[in-house]
Design a protein around this ligand. Structure first.
Ligand SMILES: C[S@@+](CC[C@H](N)C(=O)[O-])C[C@H]1O[C@@H](n2cnc3c(N)ncnc32)[C@H](O)[C@@H]1O
Length: 365
């Protein structure tokens, strides 16, 4: 006999729909556990140790990595049941197949383990975000231990490999002008990897990076010195009032990589960019690809993750600066409105095949 099931509100339940959701949820719990294990393995350098495809015991891996065997064995157990490593029960060995190694270590393809770090990184601030649900004041950058390190690892593999072949040519005149020698500004530059890469490639041009974070800028300055780059400089600068502080018509090319939607005052920053660009200048903005309407993003390949990142970081850091809290998923419609209000008259938007997460805007005053 079919047992009628009622919801807490008393209405009849579709048991099939409930079972489907339950399965999906259990799957998600397992997958989120797997991401935590991957993040640990990445940070401990364990995937690099396993990348040669040789089967090892937990003791051998502990010796190679100089880490504790009990922890290594538990981690390998988790990776075995996650299907990431192959386990031979007779020889008690574990092996990372080359197809998995290709996606969990640095090499030709993006290292997916880098992105797994966002789960524990964001989890650190759950108590602060929960409090923000009450007072709405957001969570400051200082609460995000390792944010700039992980962000640079992320953009280091999404932006840098595509910079010269795909991203800069979106503004067709820019590569040639960079060769000849121009002034370039990157705003919200973080650790400044994109700028340093350009500075190395185009020695006739001059590059500047501004960011709010003292830590990120110190790291960038030290790195530029280590790489003997004398055509790039970095400055700690709060860009909230860039509309009034930007140097007038000083730069030929301005870039922002993933750095508008989490600003305190995005419109002020965009107006400042308009002001600091020379008349024939170009602004290139990489920012999140989404619609400004939730219901259009149901099929977005990263929708749930990006809304999570928004609440746990982007929206919250903006609100903590007394800002607008636009959110990661501000979307094309709102972005276009902001760019127009800032004073840009020629606005083109592109997507690139290597990047399912971002739009690339090319804007001219
Ligand atoms: C998502 S990160 C992107 C960093 C870098 N462009 C990259 O792609 O690796 C956004 C950056 O904006 C900076 N930022 C946020 N608010 C700022 C403000 N008010 N003034 C200057 N920089 C700010 C942050 O410190 C952070 O480095």
């Amino acid at each position: 006999m079919e047992i009628a099931t009622l919801s807490p509100s008393g209405s009849a339940l579709d048991n099939h729909r409930q079972a489907e959701f339950e399965n999906r949820f259990v799957h998600a719990l397992n997958e989120s556990g797997m991401l935590q294990l991957v993040s640990l393995g990445h940070r401990a350098g364990l995937f690099d140790q396993l990348a040669n495809g040789v089967a090892v015991t937990s003791s051998e891996l502990a010796r190679l990595s100089q880490l504790n065997e009990r922890y290594i064995r538990e981690w390998l157990g988790g990776l075995t049941v996650s299907g990431i490593v192959e386990h031979d029960a007779d020889s008690m060995t574990y092996r990372l197949p080359p197809e998995h190694a290709a996606l969990l270590t640095n090499g030709r393809d993006a290292n997916l383990a880098v992105f797994a770090q966002y789960i524990p990184l964001l989890g650190q601030v759950e108590d602060d975000v929960l409090e923000s649900f009450q007072h709405g004041k957001g969570v400051p950058y200082e609460k995000f231990h390792r944010f700039h390190e992980v962000m640079a690892e992320d953009s280091g593999q999404t932006v840098l490999p595509a910079l010269f072949d795909s991203i800069l040519p979106l503004a067709p005149e820019i590569p040639e002008r960079l060769e000849a020698g121009i002034h370039v500004l990157d705003l919200g530059c973080g650790r400044g990897l994109a700028l340093m890469e350009m500075a190395e490639r185009f020695p006739n041009s001059h590059f500047k990076g501004y960011d709010l974070s003292q830590d990120a800028i110190t790291w960038a300055c030290e790195q530029a010195e280590r790489r003997s780059l004398n055509n790039v400089s970095f400055e700690v600068r709060d860009l909230s009032d860039f509309n009034s502080t930007a140097e007038t018509q000083a730069f030929d090319f301005v870039t922002t990589f993933d750095a508008i939607h989490d600003q305190a005052k995005p419109l002020n920053l965009l107006q400042g960019i308009c002001r600091t660009l020379k008349r024939n200048g170009v602004y290139l903005a990489q920012d999140i690809h989404s619609s400004s309407h939730h219901h259009h993003d149901r099929e977005h390949p990263l929708g749930p993750l990006l809304y999570t990142i928004s609440i746990m970081h982007c929206m919250s850091v903006s609100l903590a600066q007394g800002g607008e809290g636009l959110g990661t998923m501000w979307g094309r419609e709102v972005a276009r409105d902001y760019f127009t209000r800032a004073g840009f008259s020629r606005i083109d938007v592109h997507q690139l095949p290597h990047d399912i997460q971002n739009d690339y805007w090319v804007l001219r005053p």
